[in-house]
Design a protein around this ligand. Sequence first.
Ligand SMILES: NC(=O)c1ccc[n+]([C@@H]2O[C@H](COP(=O)([O-])OP(=O)(O)OC[C@H]3O[C@@H](n4cnc5c(N)ncnc54)[C@H](O)[C@@H]3O)[C@@H](O)[C@H]2O)c1
Length: 373
Amino acid sequence: MTRSTMRATTVRVAYPDLVGFTTAVFTGHGMPGPRAADAAGALCHGDLTGTRSHGLANLTRLYLPLFAESRVDPRAELEVLRDLGACVVLDAHRALGLWAAGAAMDLAVYRARMHGVGLVSVRNATHIGCAGYHAARAVEHGLVGLIASNCGGQRIARPPGGRLPMLGTNPLSVAVPVPAGPPFVLDMSTTVVPTGRVREAARAGREVPLGWLTDEAGFPVTDPTRFDQGEAHLRWLGGTPENGEYKGFGLGLMVEVLSALLSGAAFGPDRDALLGDGRPAGRDDDIGLFLLAISPELLRPGGGFARDAGVLFGTLADCPSTKDGQPVRYPGWPEAERAELYRRQGVPLSAELYDELRAVAERTGVAAPEAVA
Ligand SMILES: NC(=O)c1ccc[n+]([C@@H]2O[C@H](COP(=O)([O-])OP(=O)(O)OC[C@H]3O[C@@H](n4cnc5c(N)ncnc54)[C@H](O)[C@@H]3O)[C@@H](O)[C@H]2O)c1
């Protein structure tokens, strides 16, 4: 291949352009402007932080199909079903989860400022993208944030020892402000990885590490394409029972209880689950969310939370490293570092994803995001 015909495998786009493009796509699908901008921020957060499994790769695979199939209502208002002051239950009426989760966290923050804690429980939501983006909204106000989301009626992961999938990949995130450092943002699926990471590897033609997938007989699978062929199954965090699989499974169940049983949303293991053929099944509609904001200032007698958080996280980051010389980092740090770099240099997108976005632009009459030289 000559130099002139060689194609870059990565294209960089200025972050504001990427958000502007995504906002325009969402407004083109009927979302009011400010709401679309919020949702675009949540979706672009994936690419901005290097969490590509939950970035714009999901625009054509997940979100636009939700609009096309009327499984999302772009203008739905969040309805208050119960208001106990510190606790509120909302019906999201199929509003786009990328926006609704942030709006629910803002409400939790507002209540936490009055009561010390704000708990918002949501039913009938749709896909929220990166859980950490929404948890970190609380940090912007100096509060601790927590979010858990189930996957509605979608069944992907099998209980340990089980032959049928029962639960989703059930993400969980906790975010904490850290003075003089990036916030602590634990943001994770409760399965060993989310399905997006398996599909990302399949698209890139890469094998996945041992421990992500297993075949019907329990042997490890490294070919990610076998997942969507129904020949490989996603493991819970921990992988095997000896390595803590029941802890991952237990966390997944905890998310299901907090997000779906408390709110009255759909959940995976209903009786239909027992009629399955072993492949992932069910739809990620009527998702349940659990959002908690905690005000350390109101809660802790005598104050000192921020000072101690600085000591806790600062000391961890100063821990001498092992021989490979990699500095010790806590969750949230790598994403914050990437976000800072990509805001300066442009957000890297694979050439395939960039082409996909240009095709969306052409189809929807929106200006395509310009590649940075
Ligand atoms: N909406 C949904 O239904 C859904 C389902 C599953 C996952 N997700 C999202 O998928 C995304 C990816 O999840 P994941 O489980 O692949 O996350 P991950 O394995 O990439 O990261 C998990 C956590 O480990 C931390 N971490 C990773 N490497 C680190 C390092 N070198 N130093 C310090 N900390 C490090 C990260 O900061 C993060 O908090 C998350 O945003 C999650 O919310 C969403």
